[in-house]
Design a protein. Sequence first.
Length: 259
Amino acid sequence: MNSCREFEPLLSLYANAELEAEQAGTLEKHLAGCANCRREVASYQRLSRQMGQLHPPAIPENVFADFNAGVADKIARGESWRVRVVALIAVIASYYSRRRTMVWTSLLVLILAGTFAANYFARMTAPAQPTLTELLQNRDWAGLYYEMSSPLSRAARLHEPVPAGLLLSVLRELREAAGQDRRLRTGLEQILSQVPLLKHKTTGVSQSANRIGVIAADGVRILKRNAPSSASMTPVERSLSKIPPHQEITLNELIAQTK
């Protein structure tokens, strides 16, 4: 007999009518006798409605131009692999900002993808330049994978929640990479400050081992708890627990509260 833990990954998909008929039928049989899971589904449905009310961020047109110019200068000076991380992000972000089909949460996906890829390729003797598709379809990053979807809906989807400690360490690496360069720093800060997040607390941080409850603007969870024994998660959990349920925050605010 299936348990609530086995069905948990399907609840948000069911709430958004994204399950295949066979899976939906199996889950519905479980929901008929499980009040807790029914409440979870209802919570996801409320969240989806709230997400539809978030306004998309408006980033000034000159941000990407200044950001790219700063990256180009650093590349010309042949600086560290961290600069290549920022360079990859700048190229991708500039491309999608021109197409204007990108959901801003995808920018966060690309930041993570670029960082992991740069870390990996920097260790290779003769690194090859990865394509965007290769980065997003790479399944080798522990616990993370990305899949391409219709460009009319979103450029890329973060399919698995990301450990919160990992996300914050990546963002701090990017800030360090930007260093004192005004154009890089300004562009990165404006991007981070414009990405809306929403805290969603259903069962509570202390009661759920796989849900921290921060959800991106397209309704996809981007953070989850590490194992309870992980000491690195303590400041993250403590900071997030102070944020009221369903309160909108930004990445910059999240970083500031977990220092």
